[in-house]
Design a protein around this ligand. Structure first.
Ligand code: ZN
Length: 308
């Protein structure tokens, strides 16, 4: 089986000229391509696999996953899946629902969409101090991040510094300060799928999973902090009655983004399985050996998956 990961699937918006997204038409073409080349894993086949009953007819087929609760998933992806009688797993960070604020990671995407990389790096450089730059983190993450993305000049650096290098206590205020300097106002309206639409999606056969509270690098947190991120996010999804079975997806993804504590807490919370980002097929034995780091490909590794 191949699990595929998607983020933004949308149409061009002139207010965000540099925004990176997969065009709706390309998404449809990619579904056609998958159908023809591999076929899709049925819900029954997936259920059997996660219960440890093997892959049987699911072998080699595709499973679709969509991260971050972006409203695109409701506007463009959900109707397309319904039309094709497909299903998908949607991973939801819960901060936007509980605190009604945009996640830092999405503020960063919006800034990168509205301005060019050079301008963003100029603003950021003015705010950086030596104390903020942790050299250790730099070494750990430099070669493991954004390896599958082709970004414009400055954008990779901008994202890397804000997502990985800056201590969390500085990050939000720095992002807000940059937006202020550039006269950019963040707007949360219609950015995320509404709770009632999440319910609708669940009722129509989609699976809703947890993706932490605020999309933070779990490997940077203490065990207790991770406990809150995992358990509170499931609690919200349970509260709005969107749980089919408990499934989780590591924020950012990659083996640097979580640790032993994360895996242990997911097991103790009786989570059925969790997705990582790793470019390989899900093998027969992964569900027994590494149930909380199932591999997923980025959609951009296949035909029609390139962002514009
Ligand atoms: Zn995510």
């Amino acid at each position: 089986m191949k699990a595929i990961m998607y983020h933004y699937v949308r149409k061009f918006n002139k207010d965000l000229p540099n925004f990176r997204f997969l065009c709706v038409n390309e998404f449809k073409k990619q579904l056609d391509f998958f159908e023809k080349e591999y076929g899709f894993v049925s819900k029954n086949e997936w259920d059997n696999y996660i219960k440890g009953h093997g892959m049987k007819n699911g072998k080699g087929k595709i499973i679709l996953t969509f991260d971050d609760a972006i409203n695109d998933s409701y506007d463009y992806i959900f109707p397309e899946l319904i039309k094709r009688k497909l299903w998908g797993i949607f991973y939801i960070p819960t901060q936007p629902y509980i605190y009604h604020t945009l996640l830092d990671i999405h503020k960063i995407h919006l800034l990168c969409g509205a301005f060019d990389g050079q301008k963003l790096m100029e603003c950021l450089s003015k705010l950086l101090t030596d104390e903020m730059m942790s050299e250790i983190k730099k070494k750990n993450f430099q070669n493991e991040t954004y390896t599958k993305q082709k970004n414009d000049f400055g954008v990779t650096e901008f994202k890397r510094v804000l997502n990985y290098f800056i201590p969390y206590n500085y990050r939000e205020s720095m992002i807000n300060e940059i937006a202020l300097q550039l006269n950019y106002v963040f707007n949360i309206n219609n950015f995320y799928i509404s709770p009632s639409n999440l319910v609708k999606m669940k009722q129509e056969g989609m699976i809703i999973g947890a993706h932490s509270i605020n999309h933070i690098m779990m490997s940077e947190l203490t065990r207790d902090e991770q406990y809150v991120q995992i358990n509170d996010s499931f609690e919200y999804i349970e509260k709005i009655k969107c749980v089919t079975h408990k499934t989780y997806c590591h924020p950012f993804g990659g083996f640097h983004s979580f640790n032993k504590n994360t895996i242990d807490l997911l097991s103790k919370a009786n989570v059925a399985y969790s997705f990582n980002v790793e470019s390989r097929d899900i093998e027969e034995n992964d569900i027994n050996k590494s149930r909380h780091s199932l591999p997923r490909f980025d959609c951009n590794e296949f035909s029609h998956g390139q962002a514009t």
